[in-house]
Design a binder for this molecule. Structure first.
Ligand code: NI
Length: 183
């Protein structure tokens, strides 16, 4: 049975540490970690979670996009583990940035407006060790970039101005007005 893992909160040094490559994907401990991270992400209603957020400094994260009140246009996907992921390129080279609101399981109660690439070319290994090269766009690109930052010891607050940071109750007012979709 997968178990719910404790989540590191901003201030914990593990969130600021660069993560290490996963060496042996078939290690039962890695497979168990993936199952536990997928379960944890679902239990806390997240759309992604990175291994450092569950106190494992490994280059591994889960993407689990699904539509919600916060993200009504989010694509529905089977939760997926991305191992040793790489952002190969942003596509196209110019005019490929978009502002959007983000939150983070490690930073409860805070939302921020973050500029991200709209369209990216990425590579990663899946949990069976198969290498994939994919294009992610929009919300999926945003999740990938947010989670990849965690593997570099970064959080979404690091790259935004303080006037783009708001508390959850103010964010909910924007959601009620549908204004969170057009920053
Ligand atoms: Ni996060």
């Amino acid at each position: 049975m997968p178990k719910q893992l404790p989540i590191a909160m901003l201030g914990d040094p593990i969130l600021r540490q660069p993560a290490q490559d996963v060496v042996d994907i078939n290690d039962p401990k890695i497979q168990e970690l993936i199952d536990d991270m997928i379960y944890t992400c679902q239990q806390v209603d997240g759309v992604g979670i990175a291994a450092p957020q569950v106190f494992r400094s490994l280059r591994l994260f889960i993407m689990a996009s699904k539509p919600s009140a916060r993200y009504p246009h989010a694509p529905l996907m089977e939760p997926m583990a991305l191992i040793n992921p790489v952002l190969e390129a942003a596509l196209p080279a110019s005019n490929n940035l978009e502002l959007g609101w983000e939150g983070c399981l490690s930073i409860p109660g805070i939302r921020g407006r973050v500029q991200r690439y709209k369209s990216i070319d990425v590579s990663f290994l899946d949990r069976y060790g198969n290498r994939h090269e994919r294009i992610f766009e929009g919300f999926l690109a945003r999740i990938f970039e947010h989670e990849l930052d965690h593997l570099h010891g970064l959080v979404f607050l690091d790259q935004i101005a303080s006037h783009d940071i708001i508390v959850e109750s103010e964010f909910q007012k924007l959601v009620a007005l549908g204004k969170h979709l057009n920053p």
